[in-house]
Design a protein around this ligand. Structure first.
Ligand code: NAD
Length: 256
């Protein structure tokens, strides 16, 4: 029996084949799930639609998490396509303006702060609230986060508080939804080369530090994050909620 046999889920955040969301969607389908995908704007559609076809995804629609009309249309269609029942939701998206990454965190603008927190953290609340009525038989929500939520990482800047807020949202949502057998967890991935990572100045240094200092002395891959996501999405983790699981070769346990 496959881990996600018969399960249906939404995976938010596929931009291309390097996306963590893509690895998770691919792994979920390989384990018997049906997945619906979103994409951000026309430019992304050209890349994401062929990927959705590879997975025979029954749903692939635009959904900018700041756009109410797109959110309404996405979830209305998801409700139809999946006949009112979902089992999981993956939140693998984040955004900060380029000018807010690098330089001093002190110089973060009010607008830049609000935008990063809105797209990267509040969207988990929004998507979970919209998915909750469809998680009729319990379910699992997984959000991608990073160590910069816990410790200061050079240049990560406004994304640090955004991920800290995201991780707090994971815990609050876990408490709200636990009575409905819906679990909510975070997955804290080590640095991995993706489109979003390319926007962080000095990203190469983050990879180097992880490879040198992590207990496993190496970097991680998208496929390894996806394997951990399979655990959190499946019944194997049925007693785990409100947790942030690190998939970072152990980097987060190291000190000086
Ligand atoms: P990615 O660029 O492939 O994915 C980021 C996604 O966010 C894209 O699909 C983009 O379209 C989406 N997005 C941005 N603004 C959006 C909006 N307004 N509405 C809807 N979608 C929007 O990069 P990734 O590295 O796979 O990022 C996925 C998640 O993993 C993010 O939460 C990121 O912070 C997290 N993460 C990444 C790393 C890393 O090193 N790459 C490490 C830890 C955590």
């Amino acid at each position: 029996m496959k881990l996600l046999e018969g399960k249906r889920g939404l995976v938010f955040g596929v931009a291309n084949e390097r996306s963590i969301a893509w690895s998770i969607a691919e792994a979920a389908v390989a384990q018997g799930a049906e997945v619906g995908l979103n994409y951000l704007g026309d430019r992304m559609e050209r890349r994401v639609r062929p990927l959705a076809e590879r997975l025979e995804a029954p749903l692939c629609l635009p959904c900018d998490v700041t756009d109410e009309a797109q959110l309404d249309a996405f979830f209305a269609r998801a409700t139809e396509v999946f006949e009112g029942r979902l089992d999981f939701l993956v939140h693998s998206l984040a955004f900060a303006r380029r000018e807010e990454l690098g330089g001093r965190f002190l110089d973060t603008s009010r607008e830049g702060f609000a935008l990063a927190l809105d797209i990267s953290a509040y969207s988990l609340v929004e998507l979970t609230r919209r998915a909750a009525p469809l998680l009729t038989d319990g379910g699992s929500v997984v959000a991608l986060t990073y160590y910069g939520a816990e410790k200061v990482v050079p240049n990560y800047n406004v994304m640090g508080p955004a991920k800290a807020a995201l991780e707090a949202c994971v815990r609050y949502l876990a408490c709200d939804l636990g009575a409905d057998a819906v679990r909510v967890n975070g997955l804290s991935a080590g640095p991995v080369r993706t489109l979003a990572a390319a926007g962080i100045p000095g990203f190469r240094g983050m990879l180097k530090a992880c490879a040198e200092r992590a207990p496993l002395r190496r970097n991680i891959t998208q496929a390894e994050v996806a394997d951990a996501a399979l655990f959190l999405l499946s019944d194997l983790s049925r007693a785990v909620t409100g947790e942030v699981l690190h998939v970072d070769a152990g980097y987060h346990v190291t000190g000086a």
